[in-house]
Design a protein around this ligand. Structure first.
Ligand code: PAF
Length: 296
């Protein structure tokens, strides 16, 4: 078995994070913890960890005795035109953050381990996967759901945590776990934001200084629309005003929509809630997404 313990220069005295690369080694370690009666949490990531991921790992530490962090830049959720090759890869810094956040084990598989020759199964989705991201990235959630299903089966955690920042992903994964009777609780963790409201994202590093200065317009537009709807404004008009605000800030808008918070089905009236506002827009070459609840 290869199980390496990694310790970083920013070591705070916490236990070093173990690291495994294969499913067999992962299962051996998790199996030992299970036999010892430990409760296990999984935080699936693609690395390039930021404060949003730290919040996920810390929340996981409060939920379980042992936290497994997966770091895998999943090729099947990127379209050929997307940023797979330039996606940031920062393993050493990620492990240092994981250690500070109480992670016990990092699972860092290779693409060949996750998708060996001959791999040909994908999860087919509907419900919350329809529309929004899928209108612009038609194969994205099939890739996400397939890799998340694999990770949930490989780790068999009691609980798995996902950021609300990728709200549609959270809805898709929750539906997947329910539909496939996976014995795991899926928990959403609130979005972590910069002081000016920009949601933390691994893709924020691509923003030029001018784009970074404009980027909080997304959150501002959502917040104003949410308050307007909560205050009795006609939802369609509030959404239209938010779209105009985003475009005026220099974004190319993919969508800005008001949806049912659980099913993500379109809604016409505020009484159709709970409600969520979701946006995706491009500034320069960077595509940002965000969402907030409508406080009704
Ligand atoms: O949110 C992410 O980082 C990814 O979509 C996930 C859930 C790790 C699957 O690759």
């Amino acid at each position: 078995m290869s199980f390496s313990a990694t310790s970083s220069s920013t070591d705070t005295g916490s236990m070093p994070v173990g690291m495994v690369h294969t499913v067999a080694d992962l299962r051996r370690q998790v199996g030992d913890w299970r036999k010892a009666g430990k409760r296990i949490a999984l935080v699936p990531t693609m690395g390039a960890l930021h404060a949003g991921h730290v919040a996920l790992m810390e929340a996981a530490s409060r939920q379980a005795d042992k936290v497994v962090l997966s770091i895998f830049v999943n090729p099947t959720q990127f379209a050929p035109t997307e940023d797979l090759s330039r996606y940031p890869r920062t393993l050493e810094a990620d492990l240092a953050k994981a250690q500070g956040a109480g992670v016990a084990l990092a699972f860092v598989p290779s693409a060949a381990d996750m998708y060996p020759d001959g791999f040909c199964t994908t999860i087919s989705l509907a419900g919350p996967a329809l529309g929004l991201e899928t209108d612009f990235r038609p194969t994205h959630f099939a890739g996400v759901a397939t890799v998340v299903a694999k990770l949930l089966i490989q780790v068999a955690p009691d609980v798995a945590l996902f950021g609300e920042k990728d709200y549609q992903q959270l809805a898709v994964v929750s539906q997947l776990a329910r539909d496939m009777d996976l014995p795991v609780t899926i928990l959403g963790v609130p979005t972590v934001r910069e002081a000016d409201g920009l949601a933390l994202s691994s893709r924020n590093v691509y923003l030029s200084p001018a784009e970074r200065a404009n980027a909080p317009a997304l959150h501002r537009a959502l917040t104003q629309a949410a308050h307007a709807i909560a205050g009795g404004a006609e939802p369609a008009l509030a959404v239209e005003a938010a779209r105009a605000q985003v475009i005026a800030a220099g974004f190319a808008l993919d969508y800005l929509e008001l949806r049912h918070a659980r099913t993500l089905a379109p809604v016409a009236a505020a009484t159709d809630g709970p409600l969520r506002l979701l946006v995706a827009a491009r500034i320069g070459t960077t595509r940002l997404i965000d969402n907030i609840p409508v406080p009704l």
